[in-house]
Design a protein around this ligand. Structure first.
Ligand code: ADP
Ligand code: MG
Length: 697
């Protein structure tokens, strides 16, 4: 595609600022701008004008319907299409879209998870336009990004708390910036660039595996002779079929104004990554949802299926999502970029300390924000960051922090005492800050990279936590520093104290090393290995206090979310277990039994003529033993499912799904995977790992 074509199509399906400027009367345009900036409700008369302009624009582009596009707690996006058509009498129609329809919608929401919120209040929910995220056209439908709430205003979605958390950090960061004399800054926003990993596999091969169809991952599968050990896929040449997919994906993303930037092959065979240029957090969240949706749709058009599951294949790298996060001002300053002057440096250090303290005090929340049944396979597995939360600062920055903490000279030849507000920080080269790929939370020069996210996760949750915990620390800092006569001394003391009290969270070593687990334990850091183990921390008093004080969640919203998350975990394991039992009983056991029968026949026949039956005898014994194991293993699994269903308490149920059901699944898998290695290919009912991973030419 030529350069002009790219610039032409970019954002062509978005009702963005330039379109608004073009199509709205000047005063209306100004009002909309103000609404976006101040987060205010749009005047009804103005909304009508905007809606009409939006409709005209959309109809010109071939749209016939509109939808309030929202992100319920299912983790995927929801839409219900309504036509623009409106009867004018005499069998004629006109295209209509009112301000009321733009600003508020009432989807029948009774089937979305509410964790008990709706039962106690109203059965209905409503959607409200988020004017800070532009409307767009997707497959002939004008999509209005919205927040989704109950009638009493409780959040039923992932966007509402995200917007609230952005307000919280804006408020507290402005207080801190004022202390440094930044009077010109009017607002502060967080920015995110999520790097998205995914697998592409052949559609026909996919269709032959019920486990992939029902659960998004393989529940069985023996190791192929070749995996990722040669590391020949990473950054390797992209195959033509994949290239064609990426080309179409990029074009569709660009049309939606999504800044898709880099694409490459990942470590595992069939694994790829797409990274966008960063944007404001709520927009990045919308865009990431759209990216995942388009990846799945477009892959199908190219005869492939896109797997977003965190661990589609055992023994092969899983897929994550790196959440690159920073804070910047409306004046264009990245607050996590060490500045050029002593004052900017001091300000950077204070923000850095807020983050260090936040991550240390709220390790549990960060861990919870990435918890899911799928991600449990990754966290703590060999390629992923461990379930322990820690911060990587790089050695240079660690050296500076140490010098400040201990009042010792820092630097090369001319060692100097670091005086905050007086000295300029030594420059740390960016590329040395990003060497450690094993850290779950790494400083990468001018932003932090939170690497624990699973590939299918909405980025909203982790960013709600990040924004809110940092807002809390900034609040404490502002409380402490405001009104201090000697600001510089107070600032130095605060920074020093924070480093001293929270340096245990900083770890610059190899996070995959066994010894880190012991070391982290010594430091008193949490190591919450599974979803049911970490989720209960969500409702700890300190966390309820945090979210309610910053107006991000009410206690009721937190309780409902806890229930939704734990229930979600149980449901996923339940589906996987049922799928597994069905596959074993209906396909694997009969197939292997037929193979065993053939072996027995061969054994008989050969014995009768006095031929050597070493193979047949040994294979038959091995197969029959595993066949029995698999049979009893399936029964044991079904027993656990029955037991799980009888547990009332959701916390206990979640724990049992992990310790009982999931454990029984793993046990059963062992005998099945071994069976796959000795059963004749002619009998085995499923495509192998080798077939799945190397199926795309
Ligand atoms: P790489 O990791 O390949 O070196 P970068 O460091 O440039 O690439 O960026 C990785 C991701 O981080 C990209 O999505 C990028 O847009 C994003 N990113 C860069 N700067 C920021 C920032 N200030 N805030 C949020 N994300 C950012
Ligand atoms: Mg990166």
């Amino acid at each position: 595609m030529s350069e002009t074509k790219v610039t032409e199509i970019f954002g062509s399906n978005v009702f963005d600022d330039s379109v608004m400027k073009d199509r709205l009367p000047k005063d209306v345009y100004k009002q909309v701008q103000r609404t976006i900036k101040d987060n205010k409700k749009l005047d009804a008369g103005i909304a009508d004008v905007v809606a009409n302009a939006m409709k005209d624009w959309a109809v010109e582009k071939g749209a016939t319907h509109f939808t309030h596009w929202f992100q319920p707690m299912t983790g995927i996006t929801a839409e219900k299409h309504d036509g623009f058509i409106s009867p004018t009498g005499e069998g004629k129609i006109m295209m209509e879209f009112s301000g009321k329809e733009l600003v508020q919608g009432e989807p029948d929401a009774s089937s979305f998870p509410s964790g008990g919120l709706r039962a106690t209040f109203e059965a209905r929910g409503y959607t409200a336009w988020d004017p800070s995220s532009y409307a767009f056209i997707k497959e002939g439908v004008l999509c209005i990004p919205t927040a989704f709430c109950s009638y009493n205003g409780e959040a039923l979605d992932k966007k509402t708390p995200l917007l609230r958390s952005m307000q919280a950090i804006n408020k507290q960061a402005l207080r801190v910036l004022k202390l440094f004399g930044n009077e010109d800054v009017k607002s502060v926003r967080t920015t995110v660039g999520p790097e998205q990993e995914y697998f592409l596999i052949d559609k026909d091969i996919y269709d032959r595996r019920k486990d992939l169809i029902y659960s998004g991952r393989t529940l069985f599968g023996a190791k192929p002779p070749k995996g990722q050990e040669l590391e020949d896929h990473y950054f390797g040449v992209i195959k033509p079929q994949v290239q064609a997919f990426m080309k179409e994906l990029n074009e569709e993303l660009w049309k939606l104004g999504i800044l898709a930037k880099t694409e490459h092959n990942e470590v595992a065979p069939a694994q790829h990554e797409l990274a966008p240029i960063f944007s404001t957090t709520n927009i990045a969240a919308d865009h990431n949802q759209l990216t995942m949706e388009l990846m799945q749709k477009i892959a199908r058009k190219h005869g492939m299926v896109c797997l977003l599951h965190e661990k589609p294949f055992a023994g092969v790298n899983g897929s994550g999502k790196h959440n690159n996060w920073s804070i910047s001002t409306d004046t264009g300053v990245n607050l996590l970029e060490p500045g050029d002057t002593p004052y900017e440096n001091a300000q950077f250090l204070l923000f850095l300390c807020a983050i260090i303290k936040a991550v240390d005090e709220y390790q549990d929340l960060l861990r919870i924000s990435v918890a899911s049944a799928g991600n449990d396979h990754r966290l703590g597995a060999n390629e992923a960051p461990p379930a322990i939360v820690s911060i990587f600062t790089g050695d240079e920055l660690a050296g500076i922090l140490k010098a400040i903490e201990t009042d010792t000279p820092y630097g090369g030849k001319e060692k100097e005492l670091m005086k905050i507000g007086v000295h300029i920080l030594p420059k740390f080269p960016k590329d040395t800050t990003d060497r450690n790929r094993t850290s779950p939370f790494a400083f990468t020069g001018n932003k932090f990279e939170f690497r624990m996210l699973g590939s299918s996760l909405s980025i909203s949750g982790p960013n709600v936590v990040l924004n809110t915990i940092v807002a809390e620390e900034l609040k404490q800092f502002a409380d402490e520093l405001e009104g201090k006569a000697d600001f510089e001394t107070a600032l130095s003391q605060l920074i020093k104290k924070t480093i001293k009290e929270h340096k245990r969270i900083i770890f610059n070593g190899n996070g995959y090393d066994e010894s880190w687990v012991t070391e982290a334990d010594k430091r008193g850091l949490l190591n919450l290995k599974s979803t049911p183990e970490c989720l209960p921390y969500f409702l700890h008093e300190k966390n309820i206090k945090l979210f309610t004080e910053h107006g991000v969640f009410s206690k009721e919203e937190m309780e409902s979310r806890y229930e939704i998350l734990m229930e979600g975990y149980c449901k996923v394991i339940n589906i996987e277990a049922l799928t597994m039992a069905e596959m074993v009983k209906k396909e694997i056991l009969p197939a292997v039994s037929a193979f065993s029968h053939e072996l027995a026949d061969a054994l008989q026949t050969k014995k009768a003529v006095g031929a050597d039956t070493t193979y047949e005898a040994a294979a038959l014994e091995h197969v029959d033993k595993l066949l029995a194991d698999a049979f009893y293993g399936t029964h044991a699994l079904e027993d656990t499912l029955e037991e799980a269903a009888g547990i009332e308490d959701i916390t206990k149920q979640g724990t049992y799904y992990h310790d009982g059901v999931f454990a029984a699944m793993n046990k059963l898998r062992e005998s099945i995977d071994e069976l796959e290695t000795i059963t004749s290919k002619a009998y085995w009912p499923y495509p192998s790992y080798g077939h799945l991973l190397f199926g795309i030419r």
